[in-house]
Ligand binder design. Structure first.
Ligand SMILES: [Mn+2]
Length: 193
């Protein structure tokens, strides 16, 4: 059972996340930020996991704590659900277009967290979501899941399209990487991830 359930409460956010990596894209997302709900839903549906997220954060400040802390808790939940990481394909890469925008993500479930993020947004916000928080989300996710992630905007004009293409590219790369291999082996010359 590759599942996890994590609650985390600080003075800034109160978050509960449940996930099942072998689910079927069943989602229930309530982050308090409309566009982030849209992105988390896209991530779950396109990676084929079941995901439930509830966040009550200090949105009277701004969305920063909520977005970053959801990335932290989601990363920890993924790490917990993957366990010793035996029997997974480990690598995944995807190009995803959305109208005029094209995004790329390549990732390695390596136990070595890293984020390379190359994307530029033309506006500060998409709805109530600060575009600079896209990178913050993926950094928090990568460092708490132990995943090496490379994310790149190839090109695009509309920020909604660029951001959505990024989340969907991450989802498709993640889906490929968490897929189980046939023999349950650890794909590493070291024998351990
Ligand atoms: Mn959309």
């Amino acid at each position: 059972m590759r599942t996890a359930e994590i609650s985390r409460k600080t003075k800034e956010t109160d978050i509960q996340i449940r996930l099942d990596l072998d689910g079927s894209g069943k989602v229930s997302i309530d982050t308090g930020i409309g566009f982030l709900n849209h992105m988390m839903t896209a991530f779950a549906v396109h990676s084929g996991i079941d995901l439930s997220v509830v966040c009550r954060g200090d949105l009277e400040v701004d969305g920063h704590h909520s977005v970053e802390d959801i990335g932290i808790v989601l990363g920890k939940a993924v790490s917990q659900a993957l366990g010793d990481k035996a029997g997974i394909m480990r690598y995944g890469s995807a190009f995803i277009p959305m109208d005029e925008a094209l995004a790329f993500c390549s990732l390695d479930i390596s136990g070595r967290p890293f984020l390379v993020f190359n994307a530029q947004f033309s506006d500060q916000r998409i709805g109530e979501f600060d575009t600079c928080l896209c990178e913050e989300f993926f950094r928090a996710f990568a460092f708490n899941s132990g995943i090496t992630m490379h994310i790149r905007e190839e090109y695009g004009k509309n920020d909604h399209h660029i951001c959505e293409a990024i989340f969907k590219a991450a989802a498709h790369a993640f889906k490929a990487a968490i897929k189980t291999n046939d023999d349950g082996s650890v794909l590493s010359t070291k024998g351990v991830l």
